[in-house]
Design a protein around this ligand. Sequence first.
Ligand SMILES: *Cc1c(COP(=O)(O)O)cnc(C)c1O
Length: 639
Amino acid sequence: MNKIVNSSWTPDDSAELYGVRDWGVGYYDVSDKGLLTVSTGDPDSPVTAPLLNIVQDIRERGLDAPVLIRFEDILEQQIGRLNIAFKTAIDSAGYNGQYRGVFPIKVNQQCHVIEEIATVGAQYGHGLEAGSKPELIIALAHLESPDAHIICNGYKDQEFIDLGLQATKMGYSCFFVIETPSELPILLERSRALNIKPLIGVRVKLASVVGGHWNATSGDRSIFGLSIAQLIEMIDTLREEAMLDCLQLLHYHLGSQIPNIRDIRSGVVEACQVYMELLREGADMQFLDLGGGLAVDYDGSKTNHIHSKNYTVDEYCADIIDVVMSTLDPEGIEHPTIITESGRATIAYSSVLIFNVLDVASSAPGAIPDSIPEDEHPLLHSMKETLNNLCEKNMQECYNDAVFYRDEVRDIFKRGQIGLRSRSLAENLFLLVMNNILALSETAARPLQEIDILREQLSDIYYGNFSLFQSLPDVWAIDQIFPIAPIHRLDERPTREAIIADITCDCDGKIDRFTNMHETKKTIGLHPLKDDEDYFIGVFLVGAYQETLGDLHNLFGDPNVVSVRLHTDGSYEFADEIEGDSISDVLSYVEYQPQQLRERFRKIAERSVRQGQITASERQTIMKAFSASMQGYTYYEKD
Ligand SMILES: *Cc1c(COP(=O)(O)O)cnc(C)c1O
């Protein structure tokens, strides 16, 4: 779409167009130089750096785009924010219990992330949630303080249980959360065999159902957790074994990204009732674990839309404390330690994926002669006439006519009645009519009915140097929306409307849904490429779930990852750099042996020498190129 360029464009206009100040929550902003910036530290005197400078500095060190940048300070601040918000809510309400968060490792298992969380979390007693044996091993190796809990969810076999029991003996606060009735007998048997008393939690299925993407985790048909009937059986078994005092924790998880605070409240109300009943049954209840669900406002709209949330972190904490107190106090029940398992909200903000644009497929029509040759097919003359007559009043009619003529032209081409050049001229004429209609329609009092379709169909395709399947799997799998914006040139009006395609050549490897306050847009405004300058686009809030869910579709591997720490003097440090997969790496993931591949290729090259197709020294050059490729990045590299 060619917007009429008359008034000037400011960085503030870009900030508004891309919603940066809404979803950026102070971490991301647009500078008056038109650069997208990251800010950390005290909101009153933040430390700020332009992303473009960071990307260029990373590049100078030999790590090319695409690159995933992790801002360690943001992760630290998010952990602090959650813990401080709970502390504030607890203090101001006069709550007698504590808050102890745990980070669910599955949300981002990367070593550097977990190390960071364990280090920063220590002061708050922030623990880890493990859903598998490898995750338990990670948790055991990172948590030192008994204040920080380990919550073991997921299926647990004997090996998992034995390890957890030994950890309990060593002084870890390691809870086994019973998710299915079959786990309990193994736990009891192993605890007798090892003579170690376990800390037991139980996950219940609540009747409360939430809205949003992940609502299948709530309600009767959720796959994990005990039904109320199974819970009663578990209590009876524990009582018979004289181990009811081991049951201390109640857990539920309504699902991730809960947009509506009402759903969160209603889950807590129901859980509190179960909690009190467990106490009455004789369990030594002390912990109420509300699971994850604290949402991220990806579109910045502050609504109960699935990509947003209608509450702040402070409200989330205050509401939970309020509901627990108002439910338990009338019964005179002691306040439990509140545990939440916030993953998404803790880690999402800290990562940005940055890629360069390789090419643009424009929807602009090719050259059209001033007059259509006399002997051209009459349909082409009709199309030209439509073009000439087009005005705001008749644009609907012209639209219908042009579509009709184009379809007719395609039909007669199929029947062999016109040639390729005539068909090409017709397609160009059609595109020009459509572009003109769209331009008219954008400013018309009564726009064309089909304007949305037209806008989408006439948008450019920007080819980004990244793999959607590797770096943004949720965009493909569950239509997740992430905020996207160019990281520079924000003082220029974006004159193109575009969708973004990745380089996997898969028709699903595209982004055609963008955040736009109260609706999703099918295109994004971008700038025309410049000849000698890279154009960098950032995809924001990608810290949760994307890194390990990604796959090797088309054998594009992990991108380069750089952890950045900002200093108060405005400088920054690359605290950690992880080179992305090389071609040889990804080939070995699918069981090829690089050495063997080279050997096979060498034999074929040698045959070519014998057959006189290449010379021996050409063979050497070819083999060198082959070997060099193996060591290269899987993404598009500039020389
Ligand atoms: C996935 C998961 C979480 C994390 O949820 P977020 O919405 O990312 O905070 C917490 N607890 C359990 C049991 C989970 O399965």
